[in-house]
Design a protein. Structure first.
Length: 118
């Protein structure tokens, strides 16, 4: 069904200024705040759980992801002073997941990091 009602586009700040808490018992505002707090509390900093050797010239890199966030696994041979190359990109999924990525391990060492977007 398509609605023929006009769209009311108003910022959240304007909605809060015009809200009458005594009419809604504060329910709407409470739910909005609870949702924001839960979304923020559930998001974790990106972290590589562990790296293990896989064969002679590869490693497996294990990490967890949060829902609705995209991740890029990157490697460098020079740490923070070197250039970082993208190894694997994880698109934003609606659910958390665990990834095991096989990556090259040249010269017997390397640096790895996870970049994340909200």
């Amino acid at each position: 069904m398509i609605s023929t009602m006009p769209i009311i586009n108003r910022s959240i700040g304007a909605a809060f200024r015009k809200a009458k808490p005594e009419r809604c018992g504060g329910f709407f505002i409470g739910v909005l705040v609870l949702t924001v707090v839960l979304e923020t509390a559930l998001a974790t900093d990106p972290q590589i759980d562990f790296i293990e050797r896989y064969g002679t010239n590869q490693v497996t890199i294990h990490f967890n992801t949060d829902a609705n966030r995209s991740y890029i696994l990157q490697c460098s041979s020079g740490g923070n002073s070197g250039t970082w190359s993208n190894i694997y990109t994880v698109p934003a999924d609606p659910f958390p997941n665990h990834y095991v990525v096989v990556a090259p391990a040249t010269n017997g060492f390397g640096y790895y990091r996870l970049a994340v977007t909200p």
